[in-house]
Design a binder for this molecule. Sequence first.
Ligand code: SF4
Length: 522
Amino acid sequence: MARGDGRLTHDLLPGESPPQDACGVFGVWAPGEEVAKLTYFGLYALQHRGQESAGIAASDGHRLLVYKDMGLVSQVFDEASLGSLKGHLAIGHCRYSTTGGSTWENAQPTLGGTDDATVALAHNGNLTNSSELRDLLLERHGDAFARELGGELWRGNTTDTALVTALLADDPDRSLEATALDVLPRLKGAFCFVFMDEQTLYAARDRHGIRPLVLGRLERGWVVASESAALATIGASVIREVQPGELIAIDQDGLRSHRFAEADPKGCVFEYVYLARPDATIAGRSVHEARVEMGRRLAMEHSVEADLVIPVPESGTPAAIGYAEASGIPYGQGFVKNAYVGRTFIQPSQTLRQLGIRLKLNALETVIRGKRLVVVDDSIVRGNTQRAQIRMLREAGAAEIHVRISSPPVQWPCFYGIDFATRAELIATGLKVEEIRASIGADSLGYIGEDAMIEATGQPRARLCTACFTGDYPIELPDSSLLGKQFLEVLPGLESQAPGGLDIEGVGTGVSGGAADALSRP
Ligand code: SF4
């Protein structure tokens, strides 16, 4: 599918938004360095993981400041704002919303605590026991806990991250490290946290290690980031992954590692298929290599006589290379991507909107005309993108179009930090492969098998989450009424607490964008 690369993406194709990456997190502890700028460039490298809002918190050891806003990293920060974020430690976040709507109040890093003991928190993932955490705060502080605690919840933040921030700031008599070791084992679901107080940088990863988080070294400091590419971008070397169930603390006393839960790895297989950058390495496996191997396996499972293999750029490229290599069919570029069209807040006119996919991709007619094509993409969500691409290729003179997909049919929603369409909207929920082929207008359609995809990752099946393909969720899910993007906005104790009140018009449990309705609908 065409990768979502900016706000305009959804307006171009309102009926087809790609899976939205969870979020990107970054943290640095480096005395003598311009940590806000390091964080800015680190977030830039992680921009593909979240494009709705961005923020940085920095501390000089005495004062912690947070700057955040809606938009891409390059739109939120300039020299002046980065210059105001002084200090020797910083954390950063770029967000795509999973729990809680896309609003300024929900942007991160979140901020909690008192003048003496502050916590700023950045989160990648999605918790599955947020209602239990809210109940814990209710138990401790009563019905008006948001008012009593102040901070993010009172400011109108409706995310699971705000609940964790409140819990981390809930015991001013203990160190943040001690409180974290009490709070982290209570959390269920997927989380990679990067957080800080005035002196110390922390990083924590859930016991299943669903989302990636790596630790790196600068000459004069330490770095943590969602993907290794962010370390390379700022000249840091990779030391190792933050282990599932591990809390790391970094300050002037050095690095301390604590285990807060027993590791039970279930890494997200979709990181290998689509989410992570191709230059990332996850659990020792190069993501690019995994994708090329998926393409090779796809060619073995779904061979076809054809003249040219073309990728849907950029996400289909490595698998197309692998398909061409294994099939012996030449590889070429059949699409040209309009790389910068998504990177704007300017809304397209109605006329432009009708062009849909053409604003993002053009077909290279001289390459395509008269050819039997194999078109390789990473996944199909609703099918609208593929239908539009196939129409474009036929108009450009393609003789035959054989679509090959380097992941199995996506049939189930993700509750661990990726926002797919609801189950009813996923084309593979209601249709068989042959029906999907007819619906998108291809001459043939082949998906890679589940086993081949898993083998290409180099990981044992038991250490992976494959739930969006299999419906086999490795972390227990709560009742469907306690799932969904906006469910915290309608829970007692959390609705409309901000002084200005929240805009919750039209919001109910299971509105689209989350996945609550996905389990109950056909
Ligand atoms: S459900 Fe899919 S996207 Fe979500 S964590 Fe599991 S494999 Fe990844």
